[in-house]
Design a binder for this molecule. Structure first.
Ligand SMILES: Cc1cc2nc3c(=O)[nH]c(=O)nc-3n(C[C@H](O)[C@H](O)[C@H](O)COP(=O)(O)OP(=O)(O)OC[C@H]3O[C@@H](n4cnc5c(N)ncnc54)[C@H](O)[C@@H]3O)c2cc1C
Ligand SMILES: *[C@@H]1O[C@H](CO)[C@@H](O)[C@H](O)[C@H]1NC(C)=O
Ligand SMILES: *[C@@H]1O[C@H](CO)[C@@H](O)[C@H](O)[C@H]1NC(C)=O
Ligand SMILES: *[C@@H]1O[C@H](CO)[C@@H](O)[C@H](O)[C@H]1NC(C)=O
Length: 600
């Protein structure tokens, strides 16, 4: 009898995880005196959270206010500068996550600047911007905030740069932990020995939770190294990027972000500060490298491997105004050479617009001559359509070569815009000869889907493919399943040649729930043919849409998920750290009704 009874209890415990069993207190229910007392424990770092554009509006949260026109002009002028934007607590790079999409309550603005109309026609609502937050300056701030949130039962949200595509760094009626300013000086640790290990794992760099790639690149390149990092200089390295997997142009050669991490320090939901690496707290080390942002613990410090600088070959090319037939032919060339190019170390981005396709790719594994030879199929295509020469540029380092893509992104990311997207990892098997035509035609159709729809959106599709990984070929034994360095990412990455993405961008001032829902639904649906074409593959949790069907299989795979669930139960029995609102780890207590009602 007893074992059966225990089994029943255990299954109840499993079922209740992810459901509401912690009473949630509203931020407003906590008295001013209690906030003041808490503020004193976090060295006065508690702040009131406001949407960044609140100073522009004559009405804020239902009450009239006098706009601060100087502040308003400043944020409108600089809001599209991602360095500036990520320094603002009340800004989200995908602007819709600052609002409540289900009700339309928000405080956004149009992509055309200055937007003088929206602040007059509309009123500014708090939306999903946390109304109180701790501007974290120390590990102790994180510890005290977690303990306070646990004791009071308030919802906690961890925010770093606000780049997240799933809206995991915002939530209505929550206390925010803003990690951005936790930026102790970056360190170089040559011959780094992880704490508790006996041997060095090679050269590494150590930085704080708020560090962004721009500064990390400058630092390591200045010391003669490369690091596998993101394409955008403003994405944070130790927040969503690393907890989701982290792909880089260098991933093909050097692995994903999670493969390069040597050590993480993090605060558990009960306030304990721990060190996780391949020699201690391996479970947490596994969970934090793929389990998803804001889930198992709050990372305070990260140490990642660095690699000696070396020459790289880059190709940047735009094929525009070539017409649909040539577009399809180009996609067939990309698909037909996909596996070969991956084996030669090429990684990077292909962006598809209805007016043409562009690519930005690089490799550190080929000489200049080999790279030119490797690009022959593209050169022939360019010659045939009179599109100029496919030029291979050699640079001495990665950062220098990346700059062209950074410049492109500045043009591509419209300030104040909202984004809906979906993702699919395309594995090697889908590049088999008999599958190539099917794959190319599905990817080409992304563009046609785009044109058919009558959406009030800007309709720009910026990126259709990232070419991340055949790294698993030389992955060390210790990082393979069962080893101490295993990561919890989808196993599909290990056999992935490309990640396909479908983006839809729309003006941030579009907040009508019906329209927003249609855009999100269309971004979700656009990936369905590729989902059907790649059964058993996965999606990148950081670039997936929040309604990813079969998300357990897609983000982690059943086995990783089962282990993650056990770890979550152990380190976070109260389910204090919430993450994915649409799918996964969901705390289903109704507060996330801000999501559009997209149908799977
Ligand atoms: C312009 C742009 C370019 C991108 N380029 C790349 C790319 O090249 N490669 C790639 O892999 N991805 C890329 N991404 C996706 C990126 O990885 C995700 O947006 C990621 O979630 C960003 O993490 P963040 O910490 O900077 O952002 P946030 O939105 O601040 O946080 C994201 C998630 O991380 C959690 N989090 C933040 N800090 C911590 C912490 N200290 N401890 C625990 N959890 C934390 C948050 O709670 C949230 O769940 C890009 C996104 C954008 C918008
Ligand atoms: C917290 O304390 C600091 C320093 O005393 C103060 O400047 C700040 O306004 C306080 N925060 C809140 C939200 O009251
Ligand atoms: C962007 O913002 C950063 C940080 O606020 C600032 O240093 C930089 O000069 C700005 N760049 C431009 C082009 O305005
Ligand atoms: C916090 O949780 C961890 C993991 O469950 C546990 O090992 C540790 O003892 C806890 N610390 C405290 C102070 O309760």
């Amino acid at each position: 009898m007893a074992p059966l009874y225990l089994g029943l209890l255990a299954s109840l415990a499993v079922n209740s995880l992810g459901l509401a069993f912690t009473r949630r207190a509203s931020i407003a229910s906590i008295s001013t005196a209690d906030w003041d007392a808490f503020n004193a424990t976090v060295s006065g770092n508690l702040r009131n959270g406001e949407p960044m554009l609140a100073p522009c509006y004559t009405r804020y949260n239902g009450a009239p206010q006098t706009p601060n026109l100087e502040q308003c002009a400043n944020v409108q002028k600089n809001g599209g500068n991602l360095s500036f934007a990520t320094e603002q607590f009340g800004l989200y790079v995908n602007s819709q996550w600052g609002g409540c999409q289900a009700t339309g309550e928000s405080c956004t603005f149009g992509a055309i600047r200055p937007d003088v109309l929206t602040p007059i026609l509309d009123s500014c609502e708090q939306g999903s911007v946390p109304s109180k937050y701790v501007d974290v300056r120390s590990v102790e701030d994180v510890q005290r905030a977690l303990v306070f949130a646990g004791e009071r039962g308030v919802r906690l949200v961890v925010k770093n740069t606000g780049h997240d595509y799933m809206g995991r760094s915002s939530a209505p009626d929550s206390l925010g932990l803003w990690m951005h300013n936790l930026q102790p000086p970056i360190e170089l640790n040559e011959e780094f020995v992880p704490e508790g290990c006996d041997e060095s794992t090679g050269d590494a760099t150590t930085f704080g939770a708020g560090q962004q790639f721009g500064e990390i690149y400058d630092f390591v390149e200045g010391h003669g190294y490369r690091i596998a990092g993101g394409s955008s200089l403003t994405v944070g390295a130790a927040g969503g990027w690393i907890t989701g997997g982290g792909h880089s142009m260098l991933t093909n050669e050097l692995g994903l972000g999670v493969d390069n991490v040597q050590q993480l320090k993090a605060v558990l939901p009960n306030g304990t500060h721990v060190t996780a690496n391949r020699c201690q707290n391996q479970d947490l080390f596994f969970a934090l490298r793929g389990g998803g942002g804001g889930t198992f613990a709050v990372i305070t410090e990260m140490t990642s491997r660095v690699h000696p600088r070396k020459d790289m070959q880059f190709v940047q090319m735009g094929f525009t105004n070539i017409g649909p037939a040539a577009q399809s032919e180009l996609m067939e060339i990309l698909v037909g050479n996909g596996e070969k190019w991956a084996s030669e170390g090429w990684g990077g981005y292909v962006y598809c617009f209805s007016v043409g396709t562009g690519l930005f790719i690089g490799t550190g594994l080929l000489t200049h001559e080999e790279a030119v030879e490797s690009m022959n199929p593209l050169s022939e295509f360019a010659t045939k359509f009179n599109l100029g020469i496919v030029k291979v540029e050699t640079t001495e380092n990665f950062r220098e070569g990346l700059q062209d893509f950074v410049d492109l992104q500045v043009i591509g990311i419209a300030p104040g815009s909202a984004w809906a997207l979906s993702s699919r990892i395309v594995k090697r098997e889908s590049f088999a000869e008999e599958k190539q035509a099917g794959l190319a035609s599905i990817l080409t159709d992304f563009l046609n889907v785009q044109q058919e729809l009558l959406e009030p959106s800007l309709q720009i599709l910026v990126l259709c493919l990232t070419m991340p990984s055949v790294y698993s070929q030389n992955m060390p034994e210790s990082d393979r399943p069962g080893g101490p360095g295993e990561a919890s990412i989808s196993p599909a990455w290990r056999d992935g040649i490309w990640q396909a993405l479908h983006f839809r961008s729309y003006d941030g001032s579009i907040t009508d729930p019906k329209l927003v829902r249609r855009i999100a639904q269309n971004a979700h649906d656009a990936m369905n043919p590729l989902r059907a074409f790649t059964p058993g593959s996965g999606a990148y949790i950081n670039e997936a849409d929040p309604w990813e069907p079969d998300y357990i299989e897609s983000f982690w795979g059943e086995e990783n998920y089962a282990r993650l669930l056990g770890i979550k139960r152990e380190v976070d029995p109260e389910n204090l750290l919430m993450v994915h609102k649409g799918v996964g780890w969901e705390e289903n207590d109704g507060r996330f009704s801000c999501y559009p009602d997209v149908q799977l």
